[in-house]
Design a protein around this ligand. Sequence first.
Ligand code: ATP
Ligand code: MG
Length: 352
Amino acid sequence: MAYIELRQVTKRFGEVTAVDRLDLDIAQGECVAMLGPSGCGKTTTLRMVAGFEDLDDGEIRVGDKLLSSRRGKYYLPPEQRNFGMVFQAFAVWPHLSVFENVAFPLRVRKLPKAEIIARTEEALKHTNLLSAARGSPDDLSGGGKQRVALARALAIRPDVMLLDEPLSSLDPHFREEMRFEIKDLQRRFGFSILYVTHDQSEAMALSDRILVMRTGVVQQIGTPLEVYGSPANRFVFEFIGLSCFLQAGLSPSGMSIDGTPYDWPGGLLPPAEILASGTGLLAARPTEIDFVSAGGVRGVVMRKAYLGETIDYRIAVGQTEVRVQKTRRLPGPGVGDHCGLNFSLPHGYPLG
Ligand SMILES: Nc1ncnc2c1ncn2[C@@H]1O[C@H](COP(=O)(O)OP(=O)(O)OP(=O)(O)O)[C@@H](O)[C@H]1O
Ligand SMILES: [Mg+2]
C-alpha cells in the first residue's frame, strides 16, 4: 500500500502551472527522486508535501491521514506533519551550538527534557557529530553543516524525509560520501525519502524510483534502470545519460539517412504512427553504438578523445555528428577513417 499518496496535485502561480495534476505513490521506506531541469516544479512539489504551500487542486495523504486537500479545504500545518526536511542552503543557526541546532525542533514540540537529550544525542551519534556537539556549526565544513541539518531532521524521528538538493553545495567528494550516509540512515530508521535533485547520477545512486518532470508535468516514473533503459519519450532519453539522435527517413522496408538507405537497426521497427509520418529520430546511447567492419550506418571519424577508460569518438554521419564511446581496450578507427556503426539498442521517437 502506498504510504504517501499525491493525487492530481496541482499548483499555479498566476499564469504558470508549476505542478500539473501530479500522481505519485511512495511506499514506506522507499526513496523516490524527483529529477528535472530548473523550474520544472520540484521544489514546489516538496513544499506542498511539507505543508508550506497550499494546493490548487488534488490531495496529499500519508498512511490513512489526510494532509492537504483542496476540495476538502483542509491543511495540516507543517509542524503537525512528522516530516524531516533538509534544503540546499544549510539552515543552521551559528549562534546556537551544534547540539542546540539539532535539539531545536524537539524543544518546539515541547518534548520532555530527558527525551530531548536522548533523541538529540542519538541523531548526533548517527551523523558522526557527537564530538562537535558543544561547538558552533560555523566551525564545521560545508559537509559538517549539512550533517547538522540532517541530524536535526533525524531527531524528530520522521516518517518521511523531504530533501531538496541537500548535497548540491558540497564538493563532489563529500557529495558521494553523504549519499551513502543518507542511504545508511534510511536503512537504519526506515523512513521514506522524497529527494529533489537535478543531478541524475545522484538520483540513480540513491533512489528506488525516479520521477522525471518537465514544466510541471510528469514524464515518467520508474526504477533507475527503467528510465535509463526504456525512456518514455525523447525528453527523458536526452535528460538521463548521454544520447545522440539521427534524423531518418522512414518507410516500411527500412530507413534512410541523408539519402542513403539502410536496414532497420537491431530489430527496431517504429510504431505505426511514426512510420506514417515518414520521418523520425533514431536515438542511441554513445556506449550502445558499435563499430562494424561491414555494413552499418556509414560515417567518418572527425575526432577521437581519450577519457581514461573510454575513448570518445565524434563521427560525421551525413550532416549529423554522432557520439560513440568505447573502451580503450577495443581497437577502434582513427581520425579520418570511414567506419560502419551498428546501433545495438536503438530507440525511435517522432520528430519535434
Ligand atoms: N512563490 C512563487 N511565486 C511565483 N512563481 C513561483 C513561485 N515559486 C515557484 N514559482 C514558479 O514555479 C515554477 C516551478 O518552480 P520550482 O521552484 O518548483 O522549480 P524547481 O524544479 O525546484 O527548479 P530548480 O531546479 O531551479 O530549483 C517556476 O516557473 C517558478 O518560477
Ligand atoms: Mg528547486
